[in-house]
Design a protein around this ligand. Structure first.
Ligand code: MTE
Length: 295
């Protein structure tokens, strides 16, 4: 798979490098996909790779931020994605075959967690709408439901039986088809780090991070609105829409500000995480004063 992704052998096991590889993998994309000039500047400095790679949410590997070591157990090769439901061309496709069909680029995106921390990541990936074009959703495909790998052998978090595994999330089809909705397959010029949700995770930059599921192995187009992992667990705090809005507090904390990882700075949170110009139109017919849109 790495060969198919055009990955160099730079990380070939050199003695003494195992520890470094554990934290920050070194498999570079070669050649590195071009940076999309429309997303070259996220208005803030890119978060240092190590900072980003050592502060993660990935409950399959534990319910704390230091899961990066445990996440190295994730097996990503081979990796198959099932795309099914309300589509004309359902398929089960290997990761490398999918990548070969997708236009891959780099984008620098802001990333805002519902827990009020944020970072800026240089992602490598492709627009979700290109994947949708492959399978041709039917008129009944009102929502997209995505699912994460759930492997008991490698994911100790799955023993926490009170969580509704597998981790799932969903989006309305119109959000999924928006050009900002991005499937991430790399970061920092490298193949996607396991703790970031290798080999493929979602990034929809105007939503809180819990919508952005990792290690996706199933994408289903459905008629009924899906209920995601966090909504099922605690719907009053983590809803379906989860669009970033500093004026609507989480029931237990303010969303007015965010802590920038790696700097200690606190900065004001922006409406739709700063992407209002691009995405506010998606919601023009919805009641902007309703909490539902923001949780
Ligand atoms: N995806 C899976 N499969 N499992 C998770 O626990 N956590 C989510 C999201 N995707 C999560 C997940 C949450 S709460 C956030 S904030 C982001 O991943 C964190 O992404 P990061 O670790 O790359 O910052």
């Amino acid at each position: 798979m790495l060969a198919a992704m055009g990955v160099g052998a730079a990380a070939a096991a050199l003695p003494g490098r195992a520890e470094a590889a554990n934290r920050v993998p070194e498999e570079a994309w070669a050649p590195k996909p071009a940076l999309n000039p429309s997303f070259a500047d996220a208005g803030r400095a890119v978060t240092a790779e190590r900072t980003n790679a050592e502060y993660n949410n990935f409950y399959e590997f534990g319910s704390h931020k230091g899961i990066y070591r445990a996440a190295q157990q994730l097996r990503t090769d081979p990796w198959t994605i099932v795309i099914d439901g309300e589509v004309s061309k359902p398929m089960e496709i290997g990761m490398e075959d999918l990548l070969a069909k997708m236009p891959i680029e780099e984008r620098i995106y802001r990333h805002r967690c519902v827990e009020a921390w944020s970072m800026v990541a240089p992602w490598i990936g492709f627009e979700l709408r290109h994947l949708m074009a492959l399978v041709e959703p039917t008129s009944k495909a009102r929502y997209v439901r995505m699912e994460t790998l759930a492997d008991r052998d490698t994911m100790p978090g799955l023993r926490q039986h009170w969580y509704p595994w597998p981790y799932t999330e969903g989006l309305p089809a119109a959000e999924a088809a928006h050009p900002l909705s991005f499937m991430v397959v790399g970061a920092y010029g490298k193949v996607l780090h396991k703790q970031f949700g290798a080999p493929m995770r979602l990034h929809v930059p105007w939503k809180y991070g819990f919508k952005l599921l990792k290690s996706i192995n199933r994408i289903s187009f459905v008629e009924e609105r899906p209920v995601g992992f966090w909504e099922e667990l605690q719907g009053a705090e983590y809803g379906f829409w989860a669009n970033v809005n500093p004026e609507f507090d989480h029931p237990r904390w303010t969303q007015a500000e965010e802590r920038v990882l790696g700097t200690g700075d606190k900065i004001p949170t922006q409406l739709y995480n700063g992407y209002a110009e691009e995405v506010a139109g998606l919601y023009k017919d919805m009641d902007q004063s309703s909490r539902e849109l923001w949780f």
